[in-house]
Design a protein. Structure first.
Length: 309
């Protein structure tokens, strides 16, 4: 970014990076606090993939992720926030402020990172179709209730897959762990797993495919396994990079560390939603956003020259 670019950057109160539930909810709060707020979004919210969410508070009959995002965008716009469908490419500190550059640039007194996470999925062309069809599911907390008593498999490195499969015991007794880290037999697994009745098979992850209402996978011995739903347990990549580059800290899994006000250790830099939170829930994203936006507003009101910690 050139000095000339800095001078051209439009002055705002708060930049929000990310237009998923966390960023959009924060935009609504800050707009209603009468702040000059601009939200940049690259358009890849995980919520876009939700066929129907049934645990989002306030929607007893459920709603689709795209419908939820449309409602949140409308609400943010009505509150006076500006939404730009642009990816931020760079954020730098300039004194107590931040300068962010994408196709357009802004100079902001505060920044909220709501950049989410990107799931690691089996490398197959039909992954998105399987998610939309419900044969591949990503979030047992969200939709384990929808697979009660069904044939469910969890696919991933043994340790992570066993953790997720144990959670799924609440919903079904027909559970298989599809281990992707080498051959593995039931005998190899610990007593509690055996007692819980969780089968363990080694599989070829990229052999996964939909077949009608089922998911099919080739086991390492060559046989085929069929399931009503497969949950990958293959981890994710967090959107923490801007935070790290600016001096914020991360935990071992790559989530940004924030305090009870959603502040990172960098004055004026906040984070909310999946990028700070392994539980990855819409309701949590909303809560984080409300806390962050209120603290940003209060800090901006208290200080004319930047953020105190
Ligand atoms: C299949 C599926 C089903 C789910 N079901 C449920 C459910 O039923 N209930 C529930 O509570 N949760 C559910 N979730 C989880 C839920 O979608 C997430 O918890 C929620 O979307 C997190 O919101 P967020 O705003 O933190 O991140 P996201 O919604 O992921 O939004 C992050 C945004 O930041 C943008 N971004 C990243 N980098 C940049 C950049 N450099 N510049 C500009 N923008 C950027 C991304 O493009 C994206 O739009 C589900 C998730 C999936 C994938």
């Amino acid at each position: 970014m050139t000095d000339q670019g800095h001078h051209r950057a439009e002055q705002i109160d708060c930049l929000i990076v990310g237009g998923g539930p966390a960023g959009l909810a924060a935009a609504t709060y800050l707009g209603r606090f009468r702040r000059r707020v601009v939200l940049f979004d690259a358009g890849e919210s995980r919520a876009k993939l939700i066929p129907i969410t049934r645990n989002c508070p306030g929607f007893p009959n459920g709603l689709s992720g795209p419908d939820l995002l449309n409602r949140l965008r409308q609400q943010a716009l009505l509150s006076g926030a500006e939404l730009r469908d642009e990816a931020v490419q760079d954020i730098k500190r300039d004194g107590s402020e931040f300068i962010a550059a994408g196709p357009t640039s802004v100079r902001a007194r505060a920044v909220l990172l709501a950049t989410g996470v990107v799931d690691t999925l089996p490398d197959i062309p039909l992954a998105t179709d399987m998610i939309r069809g419900g044969t591949m599911r990503l979030c047992p907390i969200c939709d384990g209730y929808e697979v009660i008593d069904k044939r469910v498999a969890v696919m991933g490195p043994l340790k992570e897959a066993v953790k997720k499969a144990s959670f799924m015991r609440t919903y079904t007794r027909d559970l298989t762990v599809l281990a992707t880290d080498g051959a593995c037999r039931m005998d190899d697994c610990s007593g509690p797993l055996r007692e819980a009745g969780i089968r363990v098979e080694a599989c070829i992850p990229n052999s996964l495919r939909p077949l009608g209402e089922h998911a099919i996978v080739v086991l390492s011995g060559g046989a085929t396994g069929a399931f009503d739903a497969i949950y990958p347990a293959m981890g994710c990549r967090t959107g923490a990079k801007f935070g790290i580059d600016l001096g914020a800290t991360c935990d071992d899994l790559g989530y940004l560390i924030v305090d009870a006000h959603q502040r990172t250790v960098v004055p004026g830099l906040y984070a909310a939603g999946d990028v700070v939170n392994e539980i990855n829930q819409i309701a949590v994203a909303f809560g984080d956003a409300a806390i962050a936006a209120t603290d940003i507003h209060n800090q901006l009101a208290d200080t004319n020259h930047g953020f105190r910690h």
